[in-house]
Every structure is written in structure tokens, then in C-alpha cells.
Design a protein around this ligand. Structure first.
Ligand SMILES: *[C@@H]1O[C@H](CO)[C@@H](O)[C@H](O)[C@H]1NC(C)=O
Ligand SMILES: *[C@@H]1O[C@H](CO)[C@@H](O)[C@H](O)[C@H]1NC(C)=O
Ligand SMILES: *[C@@H]1O[C@H](CO)[C@@H](O)[C@H](O)[C@H]1NC(C)=O
Ligand SMILES: *[C@@H]1O[C@H](CO)[C@@H](O)[C@H](O)[C@H]1NC(C)=O
Ligand SMILES: *[C@@H]1O[C@H](CO)[C@@H](O)[C@H](O)[C@H]1NC(C)=O
Ligand SMILES: *[C@@H]1O[C@H](CO)[C@@H](O)[C@H](O)[C@H]1NC(C)=O
Ligand SMILES: *[C@@H]1O[C@H](CO)[C@@H](O)[C@H](O)[C@H]1NC(C)=O
Ligand SMILES: *[C@@H]1O[C@H](CO)[C@@H](O)[C@H](O)[C@H]1NC(C)=O
Ligand SMILES: *[C@@H]1O[C@H](CO)[C@@H](O)[C@H](O)[C@H]1NC(C)=O
Ligand SMILES: *[C@@H]1O[C@H](CO)[C@@H](O)[C@H](O)[C@H]1NC(C)=O
Ligand SMILES: *[C@@H]1O[C@H](CO)[C@@H](O)[C@H](O)[C@H]1NC(C)=O
Length: 689
């Protein structure tokens, strides 16, 4: 017990020295604490209070993140002439002394994020202005106001990339970024900006601007022609109006998602826009009222009063002709808005579209005609709308020759237009879940034929969801000719009531099958044909025993939650199923606590993961116990009840047997003389007594 004490005190001495003054001392505290990898010195999380001085002189990159450096002192980098990249994030830095970068004229990337540079920003500004080659600067999280930013940046005209995210900037005007003529990228995320007035005029090379998570209410006369990426998501923008001009804007990505837009934005007339993100706004088109009234020719007059002169302007407010050239648009996300229709010809302006997301709106119809080009569209998401029909069933609909994913989940569709998949030679995934549909050929409904969805012969289709479609009886081979690998039939209480011959049509290809909540009760459901199956969801049914055909399958994932299982077969761990399983869900079944041998065996399988193992319960004398840790008395009692049952019977029956035996013997002995006599008489042999 003596040895640790000197070591401890030595450590304390070193610590005291380290916390005192002087860079060398701090470094001595953990000699060799920095790791050198090629030309990088990694000194992160070392409790340093200053820059170590005894690193290799030729390092180009120095990482000092997560230390406690408060002041970057004069000439503290003097010995590192080659330094190009310095990172000091998450220190407690309040001040960079002028001259701190003496000898580091080549520094071109400096990260000062998450410090306290607001404290002595004007002195720090002077220090920064001595970095003629600085190209990348990160000042995020330093509690800086726009005034401080303006001072800090005033002499950094070589900057190409700047982040002032997570500060307290509220207003930007032309004085803040004046000298940053080389700037390509500017990050203003997570400030409190509510007004921007000509702040980016001088930034002639700016390509990427991020103003996400601020308080902008509108963007009018957007005129940053050279900008390629504008991110204004998570603001409270109601209006986006680009300058009316025929100049070609370089804009490629515009992110206006999570705002309060009421109208489709007025985009630059000519641009290179390929991604337009408008998710989660309040947009709609207003020319048509839901009762059929058209506001097409309704005009509104604006009275503009400017000083003592007034002007009247007449505007067709609901005019929804989109004047922008959207011929390069590839991704359009209008999900989570209030669109209930799209104006005629709206999508025709976007011939290059590959991804169209219209989910979570209130679309009642979605009319596409054979003239709507959309020839390149691969993903179409119309889920969570109020669709009762797609385009009219007469004549040819759009060809959609490149469509791969079609999501129609959660609508009110009864059928799909006939021939909808005639030209979709690339289609792989169709989600029809939560509509009221029937598959063709549908079960004969007395006399009349109701509409149905025909996917037979759709050879490219691999993933199909029909969850919650109210399917009845899948007789007649509705999946014949498909190569389905993933099929979801969950939440169809009557789908499995009839012939299960359709399973054999998919035997060669089906890999993942969901039969959750399908009223599957019979243990006779025969899965033995599905030799390619690797994932099976049988949760939410009324299984009382594991279907025997499963034992021979080589599943990797099986879900048995919410059934009526009292036990799994004792040998399940040694069957092909047990040996192949990697993921098994078991909870919410009334297992018997005394027949958990299978559970023990499964627990010993190393490759098997039971994610809900702590929720597996079992029943014991009308109590529900956690099967993961059964109390010892229960285990003992169970041993009595099961393995030692024979002994118990023996013990119980032994007294009775003994009594009977004794009684029998007594009777026998009492009757013995008579018996002997009887025998003698019968045999006619006399014996001498
Ligand atoms: C830095 O700012 C603090 C608080 O504003 C002040 O007390 C201190 O004197 C300043 N340091 C220098 C070197 O000016
Ligand atoms: C910027 O540079 C000019 C001239 O070199 C100098 O007068 C001025 O003080 C500098 N500004 C800052 C904030 O250091
Ligand atoms: C721009 O830089 C020049 C010197 O490079 C400097 O004199 C001037 O003050 C700077 N402008 C602003 C607004 O800081
Ligand atoms: C815009 O910024 C937000 C917040 O940082 C981010 O989640 C989103 O991906 C960005 N958008 C684009 C198109 O990069
Ligand atoms: C449709 O609704 C608008 C506004 O609610 C109403 O002014 C108009 O008269 C209605 N038109 C018809 C034909 O009902
Ligand atoms: C609007 O006006 C144009 C011409 O002025 C006319 O052709 C069109 O039918 C009108 N639309 C409606 C809905 O009244
Ligand atoms: C409008 O007001 C300006 C001053 O605000 C005045 O000089 C000018 O004469 C006025 N014009 C008219 C037409 O009243
Ligand atoms: C009024 O409108 C005319 C023509 O549209 C325009 O030339 C003039 O500048 C406008 N005046 C004001 C005060 O907006
Ligand atoms: C739209 O822009 C493309 C080039 O991006 C050009 O080829 C096409 O002619 C333009 N269309 C119109 C109507 O201006
Ligand atoms: C279809 O959309 C629904 C809801 O929007 C979503 O849950 C589901 O994962 C989507 N299906 C596919 C195949 O992407
Ligand atoms: C579930 O199946 C049982 C027979 O297996 C049947 O009696 C019952 O009606 C079915 N329930 C539903 C909702 O179809």
C-alpha cells in the first residue's frame, strides 16, 4: 500500500506545474502526448493550456481541439514554419494576441469554432489580419454579433470558405462581408438573422450560401446570379421572389424546406436548378377552388403610395403560369404541403425530372397524360394523399419508361388504371399499402367484376407492399410472372383465408415476407416451398405453435412477437432454422416458464441476436415473469414440476401402493390355509400334516 503514494504525489507536482504558466511545462506533463502522423501533430484532448513547443518543426497540420487554451500567445507558433492547418476548436480561447501567427505566414486553414472569441474580438481581429494566405476560417459558436464579425473579417480578403454558424448575428448589411471578394462558401446557420440588406453584393465569387435555422421571413429580389447552392431551410419564409431578369443564374440547389411558404416560389427565369426542395411548407395552388370555381381571370389592384405619388398596379394574383425554365430540374420535393391539385402543364415544364415527391399533401387526383414527358422519372412518391384515382383509365396514360419506385401508400385508391405498367420496363418497387384494393384475378364477387390491380407478368417487380389493403383470398395466382423478393401482406386479416398456392409461385425468388397481423393461426401454413426465404415476419397473429415447415428453412430473421406461443420446439436451436437465424423477436407471447428449455438453447447460440430479449415474459401460476431472469424459487419449482415429475408421482403413489400391498398380503395370509385346502382337494393328493 506504500507504492502508489509517491507516484500520486509526483503526478500532482506535474499537474501543478502544468497548470502554472509556460507552454513547455504543460508539454512536459505529458511528454509524447501528441501523436505524429506524417506531417500532422495530433494533440487533441490533452489538457493543454498552450501550444506545445517541442513538436517536430516541419509539421504542416496541428490539431489542438478539446484543450483548455485560453490565450494564443505571441509567437506561440514560431517554431512551426510549415504550418498550413491549425485547429483549436473547443478550447476556452478568449484572445489571440497580435503576433501569435508570427512565422506562420503560410497558414491557410484555421478552425476556432466553439471558443469565447467575443471577449477580446478587436485584438483577435488584429492578430488574424496578419494571415495573408488564410483560405478557410471557422468561427462557429463564439457568441459573435454582426459587428464583431465585421471587425474580425475586415482584413481577411483571401478567405474562400467561412463559417460563422451558431453565433448571435441578427442583421446583415453591406458592411459585414465587404472585403471578402474571394469567398466561395459562407455558412450562417443557426444565428438569429431576420434581415439581410445587400450583404452579399461584394461577394462576386460566392457559390454556396447556408442561412438555415434563422428567422428570415422573406427573400425578395433574389439576385445572386453566381450562387450555386442556397440553403434557407428552417426559417419562417413566406415569400421567395427572384429578380425578374433574363440573366442565367448559376443556381443548382435551392433548399426552402421547413418554412412557411404559401405560394410556389418565383424562381429565376433561367437557371441551372437541378434540386428544388420545398418540403414542409404551406403551399398550394389557388387558381381552382375546391368547388370548381376558377379564379384564372380574377385580378387584384394594388395601390402603391410612395411619398406624395400613388400608383395603381393590376396583378393576376392567382396566375400560376410558371415562367421559369425548369428544363434542368431533376429533383422536386413538394412533400408535406397543402397541394390538392397541380396546374395543367406544370410537370410538362420539367422534362429532366428523375425524383418527384408529392407525399403528404391533399391531392385528390393526379392526372398525367401521354403527353407529359417525365421520360426520365425514376421515383414517384404520392403516398399519404387523398387520391381516389390516378389518370383516367381511357386511352394511353403516360409511359413513365424509367420509373423504378412508385409509392401510392395511404390513399383511397380502389384500382389502378389498366395498363399502368405496360411501358414501365424498369419498375422494381411498388407500394400500394393502405388502400382498399383487390388483386387480379380477384375472387369472384357475385355476378359483377370489380376493378382490380393487375401485376401478373410484371417481371421486373421485386418489392411489393400490399399491407392493409383489405385483401381477400389470394387464389388465382395474382403474383404469377413476377420475381418478387420482398412482399408485405401485413394487416390483411382475410388474405390468408383461402388457397395459399400463390406462395409456390414465389418459391424461387421470395426472400422477405411479412405476414404481420394476418390472422394466421393454423400451424399448417406451409412455408417449405420458400427455400430462398431469409426474413419472415409472423408477428401479431394467433400462432399457438411454430409452423413445422419453418424448422427446415434457413431464415436469418424471424419475428414471432404478439402470438399465442407457449413454447418453441425443444430442438429449435439444432434445426437448420436455429443454426441460420441471426435475429429473432420473441416478446409478447404467453410462454410457459417451466418449459423454457428452447430459450436456454437459443441463448447459447452466439450468432443469434434477440433484440427484445429483456421483454420476453412467461407465465407461471397466473403471474407474468421476465424470462430473462427467472427467480431461483421458480426455477426450483419448475424442476419439480417437469424433470422431477416422475419422482413426484412415485412419491405420491408409493404410500398407496404400499398400503395396497400390505392389505393384499394380509388377505392372502388369512386365506392361505383355505386356499391350500382347496388346492389339495382339487388335486386329490393328501398330504400328511
Ligand atoms: C480581454 O477582455 C477582458 C474582458 O472584456 C478584459 O478584462 C481583458 O483586459 C482583455 N484582455 C486584453 C489583453 O485586452
Ligand atoms: C486592416 O489592415 C489595415 C491596413 O493594413 C489596418 O490599418 C487595420 O488596422 C487592419 N484592421 C484590423 C482589424 O486589424
Ligand atoms: C477592406 O480592406 C482594406 C485593406 O485591405 C481596409 O483598409 C478596409 O478597412 C477594409 N474594409 C472594411 C470595411 O473593413
Ligand atoms: C440545408 O441545411 C440543413 C440544415 O443544416 C441540412 O439538413 C440540409 O441537408 C441542407 N440542404 C442541402 C440541400 O444541403
Ligand atoms: C365557390 O366558393 C367560393 C368561395 O368560397 C364562392 O365565392 C363561390 O361562389 C363558389 N362557387 C360556386 C359555384 O359554388
Ligand atoms: C380567362 O380569359 C381568357 C381570355 O381573356 C379566356 O379565354 C378564358 O376562357 C378565361 N377563363 C375563364 C375561366 O374565365
Ligand atoms: C412631392 O413631394 C416632394 C417632397 O417630398 C415635393 O418636392 C414635390 O413637389 C411633391 N410633388 C407633388 C406633385 O406634389
Ligand atoms: C408608377 O407606374 C409607372 C408605370 O408603371 C412607373 O413608371 C412609375 O415609376 C411608377 N411610380 C411609382 C411611384 O411607383
Ligand atoms: C431552357 O433552358 C435550356 C438550357 O438550359 C434551353 O436549351 C432551352 O431552350 C430553354 N427553354 C426556354 C423555353 O427558354
Ligand atoms: C411509401 O411511403 C410511406 C409513407 O410515406 C413510407 O412509410 C414507405 O416506406 C414508402 N415505401 C417505400 C417503398 O419507399
Ligand atoms: C380469423 O380466423 C379464424 C379462423 O382461423 C376465423 O374464425 C375468424 O373469423 C378470422 N377473423 C377475421 C377477422 O377474419
Amino acid at each position: 500500500m506504500e507504492a502508489p503514494l509517491p507516484v500520486l504525489s509526483l503526478l500532482l507536482v506535474l499537474l501543478a506545474v502544468g497548470w502554472g504558466d509556460g507552454a513547455g511545462a504543460a508539454w512536459a506533463m505529458s511528454p509524447g502526448g501528441c501523436e505524429h502522423v506524417q506531417s500532422t501533430a495530433d494533440c487533441r484532448r490533452k489538457w493543454l493550456r498552450s501550444v506545445p513547443r517541442n513538436l517536430q518543426g516541419d509539421i504542416e497540420e496541428l490539431l489542438l481541439d478539446d484543450n483548455t487554451i485560453q490565450v494564443l500567445g505571441r509567437a506561440s507558433l514560431l517554431s512551426y514554419h510549415q504550418l498550413k492547418h491549425l485547429s483549436l476548436t473547443k478550447n476556452r480561447m478568449e484572445l489571440i494576441e497580435p503576433g501569435a501567427f508570427l512565422g506562420s505566414q503560410g497558414l491557410h486553414a484555421l478552425s476556432l469554432a466553439d471558443n469565447l472569441l467575443f471577449t477580446n474580438y478587436s485584438i483577435t481581429a488584429a492578430a488574424l489580419s496578419a494571415l495573408p494566405a488564410l483560405r478557410t476560417l471557422d468561427l462557429a459558436g463564439n457568441q459573435l454579433t454582426e459587428g464583431m464579425v465585421s471587425v474580425l473579417l475586415s482584413n481577411l480578403s483571401s478567405l474562400e470558405s467561412l463559417s460563422v454558424a451558431r453565433n448571435v448575428i441578427m442583421r446583415l448589411d453591406s458592411s459585414v462581408f465587404t472585403n471578402l471578394t474571394q469567398l466561395l462558401e459562407l455558412n450562417l446557420e443557426k444565428n438569429y438573422i431576420f434581415e439581410i440588406d445587400q450583404a452579399f453584393e461584394g461577394l462576386q465569387r460566392l457559390q454556396r450560401l447556408n442561412i438555415a435555422y434563422n428567422y428570415m421571413t422573406c427573400i425578395v429580389d433574389f439576385n445572386l446570379i453566381q450562387l450555386r447552392v442556397l440553403n434557407v431551410s428552417y426559417n419562417i419564409i413566406e415569400w421567395f421572389l427572384a429578380l425578374e431578369s433574363d440573366d442565367l443564374f448559376e443556381l443548382e440547389v435551392l433548399d426552402l424546406s421547413h418554412n412557411q411558404l404559401l405560394f410556389f416560389p418565383v424562381l429565376p427565369r433561367q437557371s441551372k436548378l437541378h434540386s428544388l426542395l420545398l418540403k414542409d411548407n404551406k403551399m398550394s395552388f389557388y387558381q381552382l377552388l375546391p368547388n370548381g370555381t376558377s379564379l384564372e381571370n380574377v385580378t387584384v389592384q394594388f395601390l402603391l403610395i410612395d411619398g406624395n405619388s400613388t400608383n395603381i398596379t393590376t396583378v393576376k394574383l392567382w396566375d400560376e403560369v410558371c415562367y421559369s425554365n425548369l428544363s434542368s430540374l431533376r429533383l422536386l420535393d413538394m412533400s408535406q404541403n397543402q397541394f390538392w391539385y397541380l396546374p395543367e402543364g406544370f410537370l410538362a415544364k420539367m422534362p429532366a425530372l428523375t425524383h418527384l415527391k408529392l407525399n403528404q399533401n391533399c391531392l385528390e387526383t393526379f392526372h398525367l397524360s401521354e403527353w407529359d414527358p417525365l421520360a426520365l422519372l425514376t421515383d414517384l412518391d404520392l403516398s399519404q394523399n387523398l387520391l381516389t384515382e390516378l389518370w383516367e383509365d381511357v386511352g394511353a396514360g403516360p409511359a413513365l419508361p424509367n420509373l423504378q419506385l412508385f409509392n401510392l401508400s395511404t390513399n383511397m385508391l380502389r384500382a389502378l388504371p389498366a395498363g399502368i405498367f405496360t411501358h414501365t420496363k424498369q419498375i422494381t418497387t411498388v407500394d400500394l399499402s393502405y388502400n382498399r384494393l383487390d388483386l387480379c384475378p380477384q375472387p369472384a364477387v357475385l355476378g359483377r367484376s370489380a376493378p382490380c390491380v393487375d401485376i401478373r407478368g410484371l417481371a421486373t417487380l421485386t418489392r411489393l407492399s400490399l399491407a392493409g389493403c383489405g385483401l381477400r383470398d389470394l387464389g388465382g395466382h395474382p403474383f404469377r410472372g413476377t420475381a418478387l423478393t420482398h412482399l408485405d401482406l401485413s394487416d390483411n386479416r382475410e388474405a390468408l383465408s383461402g388457397d395459399l398456392g400463390w406462395l409456390r409461385d414465389l418459391a424461387a425468388t421470395l426472400q422477405v415476407l411479412s405476414l404481420r397481423n394476418t390472422n394466421l393461426s393454423s400451424t399448417s401454413a406451409d412455408f417449405s416451398a420458400l427455400q430462398s426465404l431469409v426474413g419472415l415476419d409472423l408477428s401479431g397473429n394467433t400462432l399457438t405453435a411454430l409452423p413445422t415447415s419453418l424448422g427446415a428453412l434457413k431464415l436469418r430473421s424471424l419475428d414471432l412477437r404478439d402470438n399465442s406461443l407457449t413454447a418453441l420446439p425443444a430442438d429449435v436451436a439444432w434445426r437448420p432454422l436455429g443454426r441460420s437465424l441471426q435475429e429473432l423477436y420473441l416478446s409478447r407471447n404467453p410462454y410457459n416458464c417451466c418449459t423454457l428449455g428452447w430459450w436456454k438453447a437459443l441463448q447459447s447460440m452466439e450468432h443469434l441476436l434477440v433484440p427484445d430479449k429483456h421483454e420476453v415474459t412467461c407465465n407461471y401460476d397466473s403471474q407474468r415473469l421476465n424470462a430473462w431472469v427467472l427467480p431461483e424459487p421458480v426455477l426450483r419449482d419448475c424442476r419439480w414440476r417437469t424433470a422431477d415429475m416422475a419422482l413426484l408421482y412415485l412419491v405420491l403413489t408409493l404410500p398407496t401402493c404400499l398400503t395396497l400391498l400390505v392389505a393384499f398380503t394380509v388377505v392372502f395370509l388369512m386365506l392361505k390355509p383355505k386356499l391350500l385346502k382347496m388346492v389339495k382337494r382339487r388335486c386329490g393328493v393328501s398330504s400328511p400334516y
